[in-house]
Design a protein around this ligand. Structure first.
Ligand SMILES: NC(=O)c1ccc[n+]([C@@H]2O[C@H](COP(=O)([O-])OP(=O)(O)OC[C@H]3O[C@@H](n4cnc5c(N)ncnc54)[C@H](OP(=O)(O)O)[C@@H]3O)[C@@H](O)[C@H]2O)c1
Length: 239
């Protein structure tokens, strides 16, 4: 059981399901939920805070809203962008666009890395603590046999590299810390909605189901797993 939990991206589909899971199943924990958009369905006992994702000052101030000291034993970064507004995953390199690439990398790569910078110093020092970012299987370079989705894939591959590097540096002195990426499966959400029609129903998860899987995966991990990316079924995803 966790005691002090941070969920970043609490207004997203999977982020909200994480908040709900811990509010119900780990009710003795204090949950700190951060989001850019207002959370619609709030849970009693959860401390909700606003965070501006594209502003490092806001990320840093968010970390300072946590109680003093090294008290956090779980951080989940559940944010990410595949499409929004004018941005769509590219079918061809002809669709690459500088502004769109910058937007997706800022969301999927720069933001989680800066969250690590400002929130890892809040983790427990001599006890088990987990820092997990939602990545994606399509960020695996060795698993890319289809092509397409250039910027989303590349931003998640780069996120995986940040996770690896951050794990090497942080876990050198925090021997019980676990820093990983997680692939939630294909989950029914606004992010997946335009692309999930061809997915077999048994491979399409509700956010609640994915979160229950991911909670089990995190429980099974040890510090030796730091730096890697794990799928909802506990299997390591090769880089
Ligand atoms: N759904 C899937 O099938 C699937 C599969 C593989 C991986 N994932 C990963 O799981 C994570 C969550 O996805 P989801 O399905 O829950 O999507 P979602 O419902 O669309 O939620 C997206 C989240 O990303 C945040 N966000 C929006 N714009 C952002 C920006 N510019 N910078 C940083 N964050 C931004 C949103 O925060 P606000 O609402 O506060 O703006 C929200 O928390 C993502 O990292 C995604 O890549 C999902």
């Amino acid at each position: 059981m966790y005691k002090n939990i941070v969920i970043i991206g609490a207004s997203g589909t999977i982020g909200a399901a994480f908040v709900k899971y811990f509010a119900i199943n780990n009710a003795s924990a204090q949950v700190f939920a951060f989001s850019q958009s207002e959370v619609v369905n709030k849970h009693d006992g959860v401390a909700y805070h606003h965070m501006q994702y594209d502003d490092e000052k806001s990320i840093s101030e968010s970390a300072s809203k946590l109680p003093a000291g090294n008290i956090i034993d779980l951080v989940i970064v559940a944010t990410g962008v595949l499409h929004d507004g004018n941005v769509k995953p590219e079918k061809s390199m002809r669709e690459l666009n500088y502004n769109n690439m910058q937007h997706v990398f800022a969301a999927n790569t720069f933001f989680p890395a800066l969250v690590a910078k400002h929130f890892l110093p809040k983790l427990l020092i001599n006890d088990r603590a987990v820092f997990a970012c939602l990545s994606a299987r399509v960020g695996s370079i060795s698993d890319d046999h289809l092509g397409g989705w250039f910027t989303y894939r590349a931003s998640k591959a780069a996120l995986n590299m940040f996770i690896k590097n951050i794990a090497i540096e942080f876990c050198r002195f925090h021997k019980k810390a676990i820093v990983v990426g997680l692939h939630p499966g294909t989950v029914i959400s606004g992010l997946s909605q335009p692309y999930s029609t061809r997915i077999a129903p048994e491979k399409l998860f509700t956010a609640d189901k994915s979160v229950a899987f991911l909670v089990d995966v995190m429980a099974s991990l040890s510090p030796d797993n730091s730096g890697n990316c794990y799928a909802w079924d506990g299997k390591e995803i090769p880089f």
